[in-house]
Design a protein around this ligand. Structure first.
Ligand code: NAP
Length: 462
């Protein structure tokens, strides 16, 4: 895949980049290691000053950075600016909390003194996706840098300018040169970097195949990994739920980031008694969504990030229809283009709702990465939970109910890294984030996130 900015709204090539040569990568790893030897001895206070300065820069220039995100991957501009703000938040969060999260912990044993000491590991390789080009990287970089690690980033090939902008922000904030470097490289260059003895660990956010590839290479090398992979999150609505609130949130939860979020609600599982009303309201709201140029602040749905994603989504919808699925709205790109000829050369896909997909159909278990909702009817709570768990994924879930007993069962029986009751799934720097099953392992954010890439050293002194 070429390393290039291609505007998904127009399909126009904006800028291409040559991948780094092996020699250039070696220089960058040399610099990262030399920097680490010094950087690991900097104080938490100093690191917090740098992270707060990065947050200040992000906020001061959020419009400019937001435009860059929208240009490279097509998210609506308001959401892009909000992403830059959230990136500032995670920098501030770890600047404030990191020292406490990594402070020595005394444990009483047979020693005179025994305690846990957290120490940095060294160079951590981060392989990141394009869908939240700033947020995904800052949620790795802020805790890694706070813990005294240094980072090298392999960002997705379609967001190279975002990758370079992040390195520049951190340098301007005062982070020492070499503590965070963006490597413009292809996916085929990742394994060699991982194999370098100075690279101690890796984190990957992306698809299952990419995760499996990195994890198997890391397994052979006995290096620690954290994986944040795909999801097909359920959004369960029980008869007792506040229907208006659930439907309103159902739209946001599915359409966030033009439908390209790992934690977007993808399967709507609705109790039979309210299913018709739910679907009718959902269709009305989908019909009112404004699809168009994501630079326009009025736009709610922009293009998909790449032609490949558009092609895959179209094929999935086609397969779903062939397997008995019925289209309630959307499902036809040509109708969208006919109504809006100006969108022809962009990677646009209309908001789509599919129903009547058989629970055991292969398509019911896949991740749909785009503005396509699958709606299922279920008779009762047991069936809802069973269906919610009927995918290989286990990232997160949203469930709507006002009955305490139902709430308790949903919380304890849904197989996912997070369960949100009467609210939409979202990441928050204060709360751990990650999945189970094929959605990955390990956690980002919160205290758990900063503890992933440290040596938890036991100290025992007589
Ligand atoms: P992707 O194709 O897996 O790409 C993600 C990153 O991995 C990119 O930097 C990509 O580089 C790299 N990559 C691809 N194949 C690789 C390989 N064999 N070895 C090493 N690196 C490799 O995923 P995507 O399509 O960009 O992102 C969408 C997926 O990410 C969805 O499944 C989504 O659910 C998931 N996601 C998960 C989370 C989470 O927190 N759980 C968050 C966001 C997205 P190139 O661009 O050069 O191919």
């Amino acid at each position: 895949m070429a390393i290039a900015t291609i505007n998904p709204t127009t399909g126009k090539l904006i800028k291409t980049f040559e991948p780094l040569t092996g020699e250039a990568i070696a220089h960058k790893l040399d610099l990262a290691q030399t920097t680490f030897e010094q950087y690991r001895h900097t104080s938490f206070e100093q690191r917090a000053i740098w992270l707060n300065a990065a947050a200040d820069l992000l906020l001061a220039e959020k419009e400019r950075f937001g435009q860059l995100l929208t240009l490279e991957m097509g998210k609506p501009i308001k959401a892009a600016i909000a992403e830059v703000e959230k990136s500032a938040w995670v920098c501030r969060y770890y600047a404030e909390q990191g020292a406490g999260q990594l402070a020595d912990v005394a444990i009483e044993t047979d020693a005179s003194h025994s305690w846990i000491k957290y120490q940095p590991l060294g160079i951590v390789l981060a392989v990141m996706p394009w869908n939240f080009p700033f947020w995904q990287v800052f949620r790795f970089a802020a805790p890694a840098l706070m813990a005294g690690n240094v980072g090298v980033l392999k960002h997705a090939s379609n967001v190279p300018q975002s990758a370079l902008a992040i390195e520049e922000i951190l340098l301007r904030a005062g982070v020492p040169e070499g503590a965070f470097q963006s490597l413009l490289i292809g996916a085929d260059q990742v394994t060699d970097i991982l194999a370098d003895g100075r690279v101690k660990a890796a984190t990957l956010t992306g698809s299952e195949p990419a995760g499996a590839s990195l994890a198997s290479a890391a397994g052979k090398l006995l290096k620690k990994t954290v994986l944040e992979l795909g999801g097909s999150d359920p959004f369960v609505v029980m008869e007792s739920a506040d229907l208006e609130a659930a439907v309103a949130m159902a739209v946001t939860a599915r359409m966030i980031n033009n439908g390209q979020s790992c934690i977007a609600a993808k399967r709507f599982i609705v109790q039979e008694a309210i299913a018709d009303a739910f679907m009718q309201k959902l269709v009305e709201k989908y019909a009112a969504l404004k699809v168009g140029d994501p630079m326009n602040p009025e736009t709610e749905i922009g293009p998909l990030a790449t032609p490949a994603i558009l092609k895959e989504l179209e094929a999935q919808v086609e397969a779903a229809i062939q397997q008995g699925g019925k289209v309630l709205i959307g499902g036809d790109r040509s109708a969208l283009i006919q109504a809006h000829p100006d969108l022809q050369s962009g990677h646009f896909y209309p908001p789509t709702i599919l129903v009547d997909i058989k629970i055991d159909a292969a398509i019911a278990q896949e991740e749909f990465f785009g503005p396509v909702a699958l709606v299922f009817r279920v008779p009762d709570l047991g069936a809802a939970i069973q269906l919610a768990n009927n995918t290989p994924f286990g990232l997160a879930a949203s469930a709507w109910t006002t009955v305490e007993l139902e709430r308790d069962r949903l919380i304890s029986e849904i197989e996912a890294g997070s369960v949100f009751i009467n609210g939409m799934v979202k990441s928050d720097p204060r709360l751990p984030f990650g999945g189970v099953k094929r959605s990955g392992y390990g956690r980002e954010l919160g205290t758990a996130g900063i503890h992933e890439f440290v040596n938890v050293k036991t100290v025992w002194v007589k």
